[in-house]
Design a protein around this ligand. Structure first.
Ligand SMILES: [Zn+2]
Ligand SMILES: [Zn+2]
Length: 346
């Protein structure tokens, strides 16, 4: 079959690889849509903590079941499925405590297992066992279903930062994740959502996310805007959704007492060491929280959010491409010419 194989950082080739074997008590899925994520680009450029080479990338996957093992398999040929990337063990303490994305033995499609930038995907039985295979609700397209994973990551981040409808939230970065966070916060009843960006291309596209205020930090003073929007109180939650955002702004000064900061995006090596005033955290009861990936349950919930019409993701798709054009898709994203690029032709 045809696949996009990352052999080493920078070496991503569209090539022929052997068709996947049907795993014992597993599935083979014909991939119908797979979206490019910022993490795919990061892996292509620099590698990633969980990545094992050579690897077929792609973890925002939707397709049709084409093969099933005989026996007790809860899926049939022809069913439309979305695949949550995490393959967790169901046994370790993290799994038992409801944090399977922190599983001691986690496997991840597109990182440790071959992913969705290929014609077919082998789905091991453990992916089914941990609830990672979801039927796509009727009315949801394959392209929409690829958003279940990034939206699930937003659900995870907003849960961990305890986002409440009374909060004023400041989202740094109006890329696809910043836009999804905006729409999800709105769907959860948050009334005041401030979305911050400096790229003019992205600002133009992000209007459709309908934040309460879109802040152009190349022109506006963020501190002043926050002051104005919150009557000097500060924001309750800051969501860092892009690798540039964390240290460009004196973020702590923007927080209200009991403010929370979610490190939703990983930071580049040279920016990962942060300096902050611990006493500021102490006196004002500030919380820092990290968020990485999502759970199978959150993928299912994300599909429900889309099926109920609470979150409409279609406008985020700026380009549909063939697998051969994967490099063009990556360039479109890095140049900020696209918000989301989906491979729909394999
Ligand atoms: Zn992703
Ligand atoms: Zn586990």
């Amino acid at each position: 079959m045809k696949a996009a194989l990352l052999k080493s950082p920078g070496e991503l080739v569209i090539t022929q690889v052997p068709d996947p074997q049907l795993p014992p008590k597993g599935l083979v899925v014909k991939v119908e849509a797979c979206s490019i994520c910022a993490t795919d680009i990061k892996m292509f450029r620099h590698g990633q903590r969980d990545l094992i080479y050579p690897r077929i990338l792609g973890h925002e996957i939707a397709g049709v079941v084409t093969e099933t093992s005989t026996g007790d398999i809860p899926f049939k040929r022809g069913e439309r499925v979305q695949i949550a990337p995490g393959i967790s063990c169901n046994r370790c303490l993290a799994c038992q405590r409801g944090a399977p994305n922190q599983c001691d033995h986690i496997g991840i499609f597109g990182f440790t297992h071959h992913g969705g930038f290929a014609q077919y995907l082998a789905v091991p039985t453990q992916s089914i066992a941990c609830g990672g295979v979801n039927l796509i609700p009727s009315g949801i397209t394959f392209v929409e279903a690829t958003f279940a994973e990034p939206l699930a990551c937003c659900l995870n981040g907003q849960e961990l930062v305890r986002l409440d409808s009374q909060d004023v939230v400041l989202i740094l970065g109006a890329g696809p994740m910043g836009c999804l966070h905006t729409m999800l916060a709105r769907a959860k009843g948050v009334r005041q959502i401030l979305l911050v960006e400096r790229s003019l291309k992205r600002l133009t596209m992000a209007i459709k996310a309908k934040p309460s205020r879109l802040i152009n930090v190349s022109k506006e003073n963020l501190k002043e805007v926050v002051k104005e929007e919150t009557e000097g109180r500060g924001v309750d939650v800051i969501m860092l959704t892009c690798p540039e955002s964390a240290i460009d702004y004196p973020i702590l000064e923007l927080l209200a007492p009991r403010g929370r900061v979610c490190f939703f995006s990983g930071l580049p090596q040279e920016k990962r060491q942060l300096y902050f005033d611990a006493n500021f955290l102490h006196y004002r009861e500030i919380t820092f929280v990290g968020a990485y990936g999502c759970t199978a349950d959150q993928n299912r919930l994300a599909l429900e959010f889309m099926a109920s019409g609470k979150v409409n993701v279609n406008w985020l798709v700026t380009k549909r491409i063939s697998l051969e054009a994967l490099h063009d898709g990556i360039n479109c994203l890095t140049g900020h010419d696209c918000l989301k690029v989906v491979v729909t032709e394999f």
